[in-house]
Design a protein around this ligand. Sequence first.
Ligand code: UDP
Length: 239
Amino acid sequence: HRRVTQYRRVLLKLSGEEFGGGKLGVDPDVVSRIAREIASVSAAGFQIAVVIGGGNFFRGAELRQRGMDGVRADYMGMLGIVMNCLALQEFLEQRNVVTRVQTAIAMGQIAEPYIPLRAIRHMEKGRVVIFGAGMGLPFFTTDTVAVQRALETHCEAVLFTKNGVDGVYSADPHKDPSATRFDTLTYDEAISRDLKVVDQTAFTLAAENKLPMIVMGLEPEGNILRAAQGEKIGTLVNA
Ligand code: UDP
């Protein structure tokens, strides 16, 4: 069951919840395991960039509901993301993978600023690029950032790994046991069904630009590499 093509350059979106292992903060064992997966993708010759969420620290929407100003809450969310980026950088470098973190909010002591052409150059040299601080703009989520960064740095696909979900289902599989998983889905279907697994802005942006999206689980080990190699993993959302 091979998909059409092997990708040359991919963007991987990881959720912050994964990084925390279900808790607040970073779980080093989890991040180390994810780093091993990314290292194997890079070692196999794929160019890879990463966008991480920040749900293990702060979600703007949750802080809003608890009475905080939404814009400031979103900036807190973006700063949480940067901690995840540094954790991933650490565990990749422990495996001798050369990495660069680029942030959308300037913080020169710890990361480069987001410079797309430079990010492309890093990837061409085999470096793993980690994009941090989201888009640098409140009112966005990292799903949308993942699609935007993938488009701007000419990634051929965006891989979304979702906490505890291995693809796109007809309904929330945690709530509805009769939910079935799609192997493939068009963007029109994903948008009209109002599927919540990836946010709608991200779907719309990917659809308009015909960027293939794969929604998949991190488990079993080797999944990210297999997806990059074009194997049929999770759900492929395509034009
Ligand atoms: N965020 C933002 N702009 C961005 C990206 C993220 O304001 O471009 C904020 C937003 O508050 C969001 C938080 O950062 O809730 C963490 O990101 P997200 O919720 O997407 O993380 P995930 O659910 O993937 O862990």
